[in-house]
Design a protein around this ligand. Structure first.
Ligand code: C2E
Ligand code: MG
Ligand code: MG
Ligand code: MG
Length: 292
């Protein structure tokens, strides 16, 4: 129904849409302040490399605790940020915060990390995006190859010259590039292999209920086989049980992620999760409040 509403040039009143839009307007207005007022935080969801045990990668997921509404899903406010043009501001905050987390680890001698950061297709449509984020990482002396940028392909209209230049430049700069939510929307293996992507991340809708769904197993199997032939790494997200985890490992998934392994958690908890050395992570947590 949302798509339908977008197609019509006038506003159809309904009490429900009024309520939704009121909330949306309030969120749009509050988001700019939230970025300034420390209402946002980056959580880490641990991942596993199936062929490495020493590196403990994580995906960084934004969390917003709104003073009135409580926790709001990024699925809701990232879209609002995209529609209102706040997304570039939000992404800059995310990248800066991620760089701080990484820098905190490096400062305490922890170098075996890999962070996956979500960026929006709208970000890549902005001139100089690559340059801007490279500067942030350079300023913190961080290696770009320790970061994956995850991108959800939502519409082909974003496949512009600027978008492709940014994508190419980011790849040249050393970032690992992934297509997120693969199998939904417009993403295809042709698209992935025609652009400088390194990874595809199979959408969780195919992974959930994996064991019981022959159809999903067939889709995932075929995707992995084709991706491998095209030299793309495969990540599976949304793994919620041990049977699925073992099956996906067997099928050759390179990176694994899901509630069964661990849920998204605050940075401090992630540090505890990855390292049993309590003293170190307490110090890192304290230092994070300082400006690196
Ligand atoms: P995504 O990038 O596909 O992230 C994976 C989502 O699946 C996350 O939801 C994560 O919490 C959830 N998830 C992980 N494992 C499981 C599982 O085993 N079961 C289930 N049911 N869910 C699982 P989350 O954190 O709510 O984020 C939703 C989406 O919001 C993300 O999807 C991403 O598209 C977007 N997002 C999150 N953080 C950022 C950000 O910093 N920047 C941008 N641009 N988008 C972000
Ligand atoms: Mg993601
Ligand atoms: Mg996504
Ligand atoms: Mg996803």
């Amino acid at each position: 129904t949302q798509a339908k509403e977008k197609d019509v040039p006038y506003f159809i009143y309904s009490p429900e849409s009024d309520l939704i839009s009121e909330r949306r307007i309030k969120l749009a207005l509050d988001l700019a302040n939230a970025i300034r007022n420390n209402e946002l935080e980056l959580y880490h969801q641990p991942q596993l490399f199936s062929n490495q045990t020493h590196i403990t990668p994580s995906e960084l997921l934004i969390r917003w605790k709104h003073p009135l509404y409580g926790f709001i899903s990024p699925d809701e406010f990232v879209m609002i940020a995209e529609e209102t043009g706040l997304i570039n501001h939000l992404t800059t905050w995310v990248i800066t915060r991620a760089a701080k987390h990484a820098k905190a680890l490096v400062t305490f001698g922890i170098h075996d990390f890999h962070f996956a950061i979500n960026v929006s297709a709208h970000d890549l449509s902005k001139d100089g995006f690559c340059h801007e984020i490279c500067n942030i990482f350079k300023r913190h002396n961080l290696l770009t190859n320790q970061f994956t940028l995850e991108l959800t392909e939502t519409t082909h209209s974003l496949d512009s010259e600027t978008f492709n230049k940014n994508l190419f430049d980011l790849s040249e700069a050393g970032f690992n590039l992934a297509i997120d939510d693969f199998g939904t929307g417009y993403s295809s293996l042709t698209y992935a292999s025609d652009h400088p992507f390194d990874d595809i991340k199979i959408d969780k809708q195919f992974i959930q209920d994996f064991f019981n769904s022959e159809k999903h197993q067939a889709i995932v199997k075929a995707t992995i086989t084709m991706a491998k032939n095209l030299d793309l790494n495969v990540t599976a997200e949304g793994i919620e049980d041990g049977v699925t985890l073992e099956l996906l490992k067997e099928l050759g998934c390179d990176k694994l992620q899901g509630y069964y392994i661990a849920k998204p958690m605050p940075f401090n908890e992630y540090l505890k999760w990855r390292s049993p050395n309590f003293e170190t992570h307490t110090k890192i947590g304290e230092n994070l409040t300082l400006d690196f």
